[in-house]
Design a protein around this ligand. Sequence first.
Ligand code: TTP
Length: 294
Amino acid sequence: MKGIILAGGSGTRLYPATLVISKQLLPIYDKPMIYYPLSTLMLAGITDILVICTPADLHLFEKLLRDGSQFGIHISYASQSTPRGIADAFIVGRDFVGSDDVALILGDNIFFGHGLRELMVSAKKNGTGASIFAYRVSDPDRYGVVEFDNTGRARSIEEKPQFPKSHFAVAGLYFYDNRVLNIAADLEPSARGEIEITDVNMQYLKKQALHVQVMGRGFTWFDIGTHEAYIEACKFVQILEQRQGLRICCPEEIAFEMQLISPEMLLAAAEAASRSQYGLYLRDLYNIKTGVNK
Ligand code: TTP
């Protein structure tokens, strides 16, 4: 399965912070925002990843993430000339996906919770169709909203409805079979001029091939569109990391735990960031895992 991180967009709600730099390059507490969706895909076991961003930001993403080999994965890049909509990921990324299945994650979405890896692995295993996740939010009208029937199956999905039929928003992490390429290619833009991921999901729903799993209250999902959401996400990561002394969504650590990189590569990453707390964390990890501090 291939993975796509959609990290374009204009970030207008975060102006002027995002006037000259991509939202997904802003730090969430101790690391760039894009590390979080990248870590999520890595936890799902996806090692071939396409980053889609604006043409202006391309060189910055390449500078930050390089070819991915430092994380034991392969990262390639494509640019989206205008923010045509989330489903555009499958038009821009068509050649990259080829004949594979594909997972898409939005570059400004953070997922955290015990059991996330298992949830994603089961979504990946679903085989044909699409697997998406619903999360209860207090403001569903800002999202794609899923309505469930009384057996727990999705009955409808509506994009930003004025009168939402439930509190369950569709989160920005989607697993699709290869049919998504043709579904996206045939979409017409919506009234707001975007090709909508909700229209993709509705096609799967019509084919009775849409699996919607609810992420319960043990999970955290942030969608960083506004200044308030931005600072909340920063605070969340800070509180969690300071309380536990463990970092979350640290791609070097995930790569090491998943045996994608060697202890020597972990040490090299620690040395490259040696003057920061992040670097010290990687160094401690190396010491513990290689028995230096047993
Ligand atoms: P949005 O939050 O819909 O848009 P945005 O990030 O550009 O922000 P604003 O509304 O403030 O202008 O996008 C959600 C995510 O998807 C975000 O990570 C950007 C990305 N995206 C693209 O890369 N291309 C697109 O065409 C769209 C619509 C979004």
